[in-house]
Design a protein. Structure first.
Length: 308
């Protein structure tokens, strides 16, 4: 149920639905039978805080469906333990003589993009509905519960990376009925639970052959290099399918999330990432520099190599 509802009347009637995880706004042009909608994901505590949320409405593009193809509201399914191996938080490829240290501390947040789709009707018989496509609608935090540290010793060189593990999703339906509309929203979002973790392992990430130059260490110096903070995005293509009870009859409706790109926001000020030149005796005799390169302009995906 909404925490609160606000209506503003102007040229069009505008209604806001406020949930603990989402704010919806929509306006309906009854004469043209056109619906405009906007939404944003926020953490809402109206008893304690005041929020200013900017919403930009969009005109929806629609297709007609019958009521037996519409999921009923107040349903909920979980998709558990997704290994988001495509989401490279930190990646490294270093030669012998060089060590790495990485840490993603507990409390770090990796916001994951959320999506929604709508079914709506102004038909009093509820026989004809309009189905909308999936739309990105904001981000919800995936908060890391345990420190994750990874160390690469300088003995032999190595390549690897860190990724989010145990990513759980929810697909849920909610219902609204502002006259003259009936609306069913389908929400897809990450569930922030108590076993969000980071995994480390041998790299399916392939180091680049070139890259953007970051820094260098000249022989015979030893040093540790870190990088400035920044925020970036990783993208994972996700496909899910769930079945819900239909809004009429005894049948079910298959709701598909069909191969959509989902963004993970990597806020790297949480992350410690260091590369250290430790032992020049393991470098080739003609090597005078250890040079470090960023792959694909990602400053947390690096390749180190010896050069003359």
């Amino acid at each position: 149920m909404p925490l609160g509802v606000t209506e503003v009347r102007g040229v069009k009637k505008v209604r806001y639905e406020i949930y603990p995880f989402n704010v919806f706004a929509y306006a309906y042009d009854a004469e043209g039978r056109e619906l405009y909608a906007a939404s944003a994901y926020v953490t809402v505590s109206p008893e304690q805080y005041e929020y200013v949320v900017e919403l930009k409405a969009r005109k929806l593009h629609s297709k007609q469906v019958s009521a037996d193809q519409v999921p009923a509201p107040n349903q909920y399914q979980e998709i558990l333990d997704q290994q988001a191996r495509e989401i490279v938080i930190v990646a490294y490829a270093v030669p012998a003589g060089v060590s790495c240290y990485m840490k993603v501390p507990a409390g770090s947040k990796i916001p994951i993009e959320t999506f929604e789709k709508m079914y709506w009707t102004d038909d009093p018989t509820l026989q004809t509905w309009t189905e909308e496509n999936w739309e990105a609608s904001g981000f919800v935090d995936y908060e890391i519960d345990l420190d994750k540290e990874a160390r690469v010793p300088p003995d032999t060189g190595d390549a690897g990376y860190l990724w989010p593990s145990n990513v759980d999703y929810v697909i849920a339906t909610v219902g609204e009925s502002p006259p003259p509309l009936y609306i069913v929203r389908v929400l897809k979002y990450a569930k922030n639970i108590n076993h969000n973790t980071i995994a480390a392992g041998p790299s399916s990430w392939a180091p680049c052959s070139g890259g953007t130059f970051l820094d260098e260490i000249k022989r015979p110096c030893t040093a540790t290099i870190t990088w400035s903070k920044y925020t970036g995005y990783r993208v994972r293509v996700e496909s899910f399918s769930v079945s819900f009870k239909a809004i009429i009859g005894n049948g079910t409706v298959k709701v598909e999330f069909p191969g959509i790109e989902v963004r993970f926001k990597i806020e790297e000020y949480y992350i410690t990432f260091q590369v250290s030149m430790v032992d020049w005796s393991k470098a080739p005799p003609d090597a005078n520099y250890l040079r470090i390169y960023a792959c694909d302009n990602e400053r947390m995906q690096v390749r180190a190599q010896y050069e003359p």
